[in-house]
Design a binder for this molecule. Sequence first.
Ligand SMILES: [Zn+2]
Length: 388
Amino acid sequence: MSRFLLEHLADDSLDDELQSAAEHDCESTACLIARIAEAYRRRHFARSGFSSMNSYCVHKLHLSEDAASKRIQVARKALIFPVIFHAIADGRVHLTGMALLMPFVDEENVEDLIAAATHRSRREIELMLADRFPRPDEEEGVEELPTGAERSSRNRSGVRPLAPGRYLVQFTVTEDQHERLQYALQLMSHRNPTGNLAFLHRTALESLIEELEQEKFGATDDPRDGEGHSSGRHVPEAVKREVWKRDGGRCAFVSAAGRRCESRWQIEYDHELAFARGGEATVDNIRLLCRAHNQYAAECTYGAGFMKEKRARGSDVNFVNAPGHLGVDSHAPGHVVADAPGRLGVDPHAPGHVAVDAPGHLEPDSDAPAHVGLGQGKQRENWAEGPA
Ligand SMILES: [Zn+2]
């Protein structure tokens, strides 16, 4: 008999089995989080060829992005406050509730917050947090946020596939950006007489990409331009171009088991044989690495302790906004919502956000929470800085 067909169960047994399955679920959630925490602590993801713990969870463990980010968020805090593991394992606080607490916990309040959240619903925990950590009133003129599922699906990601080859890109702009957008549309109105936002987006992207490529590897139509000899730590533009082409603009780190990272996120030029050890800035010795693997490689060369100290001295502390989480709880006065796949659109009953459709795909590749509760934690620590 299938273990999933339970029609034969008596009501009492069903009750017991529900209870025991729910308990088992809590225990196994805590066990998974503990393993994620340990993999995070020892940078196991980098060694395994992944650019972040999030990427590891999604591509190796096949968790959803949301499930991964919630577990990582909790795991990072649980490394500091192990009581979190226990509260999840014995079913006192569910994972969603625990994730809500994370931006607020510190040494003084962790036990207290867990007690206050014990056996509370998500809504009750949100109210408890609002009570203890009140936020100032929103200013007048703020748009009414969509509620429930609609809101969370809107906030969760800036890019949504609509149909094969078609994406909805949605983000929030300020009044000032909105004016610039209108101005740009006016300036290009001969080329773009219908004021098509996707056309503007594509044109703007072409200019931006050209500028960024110039910055990244001195792309030029004339390959002789900027050619130089390799002296010192500086990587000549010609070498950068060649390496970028060879590595395909992707992280070239390969794990011992043969997995290539291939992340395109925060790509940097790395001396395979360290500069300090005589490595030259030649095509053979320069490779592309994502930031996580660049730091991992540095730790392998110089030791984790040395690199940690170096970062602690402040030279390399890197706070960044979570990539790919556009518009998360960032609704500010004067913002508007508009959904306009393939055409210019300003939604009259939602003053302030703009959605454009555009080809391409935004690749969130970080360990930042997918959804930030109560507007906190808009910045994240780089993974290399250790658990927050
Ligand atoms: Zn990488």
